[in-house]
Design a protein around this ligand. Sequence first.
Ligand SMILES: *[C@@H]1O[C@H](CO)[C@@H](O)[C@H](O)[C@H]1NC(C)=O
Ligand SMILES: *[C@@H]1O[C@H](CO)[C@@H](O)[C@H](O)[C@H]1NC(C)=O
Length: 423
Amino acid sequence: MGDLFFSLSSTLILLLTATELFLHARSTTHWEDIQVLKQLKNGIDTNSVSPGSCLSSWDFTVDPCDNLFSEKFTCGFRCDVVTSNFNRVTELTLDQAGYSGSLASVSWDLPYLQILDISDNLFTGSIPDSFSNLTRLQRLGLSRNSLSGSLPTSLGSLSSLEELNLDNNNLQGTIPLSLNGLQNLKRLEFQSNKLTGVFPELSQLSNLYLIDASDNAISGELPATFPASIFEISMRNNQLEGNIPASVTNLMYLQVMDLSYNRLSGSVPSGLFTHPSLEQLTLSNNQFGSIEAPANSVLQSPLISVDLSNNQIRGNLPWFMGFMPKLSALSLENNTFSGMIPMQYAFKTLVPGQGLSQFERLFLGGNYLFGPIPGPLMELKPGTVTVRLGDNCLYRCPLRFFFCEGGVQKSSMECRSFDPTIP
Ligand SMILES: *[C@@H]1O[C@H](CO)[C@@H](O)[C@H](O)[C@H]1NC(C)=O
Ligand SMILES: *[C@@H]1O[C@H](CO)[C@@H](O)[C@H](O)[C@H]1NC(C)=O
């Protein structure tokens, strides 16, 4: 009986030891990856590593991948057994714990890393050249830190990259042309930095659907072409000048274009108003002088919102916009439009029916419009739609009519000195 018990328990112990050895062998972190994790932790200011954060738990007396989600390595990365017997770090996603420090002291020799995300921390210094060692990287998230310096050309060698999020830092210098080599790139975000120079042609990025380069100091003209796959272009608040290239109207998937707060000039191309997918067009606060009237019907246009306010557009209001079926927000405020308000605009502020969307916002203030207030506007009840006709040359538009909001009408002297034919 005693013998039997002894031999059973020793078999059990042997089995357990074998299993443990096997498991341990399977889950050992590759030594190179351990080095990089150590370098990362050592590169971070100890003062910024708060109790309870992922990094405060990292304790290299035990194996990282083997102890992931235990109290020695609570969080911050992910491991996968990619080669036999070794665990490799495949994802490094730090928590938003206010870590500060530099990325430059790390060799970034993590050949299996697919995701690197250190967003919403206080990292400083520049983006290191050694990131080019991350050859399998699919997402690089450095958003909302305090990174400075210029974008390294070597970023262009991360050929698996699908998302590049560099927004809300202090990055400066030009956008390297090498990014045109990132053939798998889908999202490119570097809004709210201090980037300068001309925006490069990214014509080879056949999967790119989003560019956000807003709130920088990008200058020169828009690139002659954008990738055919593009869905959204936001380059608001830069120093772009020149015209909108007509090629933009050939971007068949474009839905959102925001180029407001630049120095763009010339004519707004007619193709934007007959475009098959464009829903939101924001060109306010530029120096456009005219709108090219489309030769074709606008009845198929999916445009919902058009903002051309604060430009220098002359001439009559574009009557065709009153026939755009989905258009519900139109701002032509603060230009130098003259002539009368098209009757169709007024009809479109009422519930128009016939598959036509109502104007919910119609901003026409700050122009030189004259003539009587169209009858249908007089029927509007306050609170139904927002209409602004203030600061024009309109008869009978006293502020007690809610649609006359936005400033008193200009004096007849001012109106006639702009256009002597204004009665
Ligand atoms: C890549 O990592 C190695 C270390 O293995 C390092 O010697 C090399 O400088 C790194 N590459 C770059 C571009 O920094
Ligand atoms: C038009 O100009 C007036 C006066 O400068 C300003 O108050 C208003 O906000 C401007 N409208 C828009 C849409 O920017």
